[in-house]
Design a binder for this molecule. Structure first.
Ligand SMILES: [Zn+2]
Length: 353
């Protein structure tokens, strides 16, 4: 993204009254209200996994599918809703200007995120029941100063720009996910709040021996993020289910009344040839759902490798129509790869959210 002078000032000027922008249809769904009614909410599974199954190739910007292949995006949302998801995440994970610049699309951040939210809204509104449209915002992919060149101000401006699109497209919640840095989370939350008055959820990825890549534990995240007034807080992605569960339990202890989200990867990623495969079966995720529900975790879904079939099974476990098998949480048997190999591998994984 181009360095911008006074970026935050510019954004503030653009949103002088912090307006609440209603969605295109006006059918806004409150995550808090839904949670009060249902006690547990099921999120969806991976968007990237489904996009790759439909022909997205590595290196393509998934966000362009919001414009080029909208029927496919709606079909994926509809499939997750039909499988029982109460919350769907929009196809906008890489929608900050920083990430879009990799594809020379940085000038289209608002447009692409607005389209993503509109497609989620359309699928939710057509479902005939209350489904929360969560506007996904992934990390910028940049490091903050002094380790990198991104300043908190430019980060906040980029997240504000993306949030503007998500809000205009009718998202019910902005869902900041797969974060590693607390400072970047704070910049993202500040950006969303510049863009409008909308609930914000945050999940970080505890993918490095139970901590985020930047060394943040679940306990530290709870202490720092619980005071931000988030609608929910949690963990997603991660290296394996066992470490993600451990981080979530720390968040549960430390986050007071803030509802907790877990959206773990379906098992452990393994390369089969050049394809990334996840080891977790629907039964593995069903056992995970049972452990998390029994631990009082309110909002449960799946991240990379979690398919529509996994979500349908998880719905059955939550509803009591499927008895979850007793399977231990997969723990990593591959030691953390060396830094040189790990960083690009992790980036590839994240791009497939
Ligand atoms: Zn993931």
């Amino acid at each position: 993204m181009e360095p911008r002078d006074n970026a935050v000032t510019a954004v503030t000027d653009q949103y002088p009254s912090h307006p609440v922008v209603m969605g295109q249809t006006g059918f806004m769904v409150s995550l808090s209200t839904l949670l009060a009614e249902r006690s547990h909410l099921l999120v969806d599974g991976a968007m990237g996994t489904e996009l790759f199954a439909r022909g997205l190739t590595a290196g393509d910007p998934p966000e362009m599918w919001n414009l080029d292949m909208p029927d496919d995006i709606i079909a994926i949302h509809r499939a997750y809703i039909d499988a029982g998801s109460d919350i769907i995440l929009t196809n906008s994970f890489g929608g900050t200007g920083f990430r879009l610049k990799l594809h020379n699309l940085q000038d289209r951040a608002v447009e692409l995120s607005q389209a993503a939210a509109e497609l989620g809204r359309a699928a939710a509104d057509a479902s005939g029941r209350d489904v929360v449209v969560a506007g996904s915002m992934g990390p910028s992919g940049e490091l903050l100063v002094p380790m990198g060149e991104m300043t908190p101000e430019t980060a906040t401006a980029a997240f504000a720009e993306q949030a503007e699109g998500l809000i205009a497209g009718g998202a019910d919640v902005v869902w900041i996910e797969t974060m590693s840095s607390l400072e970047e989370v704070e910049a993202a939350v500040a950006g969303v709040r510049l863009a409008g008055d909308i609930p914000v959820a945050v999940t970080m990825s505890y993918d490095t021996a139970g901590r985020t890549m930047m060394g943040v534990s679940g306990k530290a995240a709870a202490e720092r993020l619980a005071p931000l007034g988030l609608v929910a807080l949690g963990a997603n992605c991660g290296n394996n289910i066992a470490e993600t569960e451990a981080a979530v339990l720390q968040l549960k202890v430390g986050a007071g009344d803030t509802p907790i989200i877990v959206k773990a990867n379906a098992g452990i990623p393994e390369f089969k040839g050049d394809k990334l495969h996840y080891t977790g079966t629907p039964e593995v995720m069903g056992a995970h759902v049972k452990r998390m529900r029994d631990a009082g975790i309110e909002i449960i879904g799946g991240c990379c490798g979690t398919s529509i079939q996994h979500i349908a099974y998880m719905r059955g476990v939550l509803d009591g129509t499927i008895v979850a098998p007793d399977i231990d949480a997969p723990a990593s048997n591959n030691p953390a790869p060396s830094e040189g190999r790990d960083a690009p591998a992790r980036r590839r994984r994240r791009r497939r959210e």
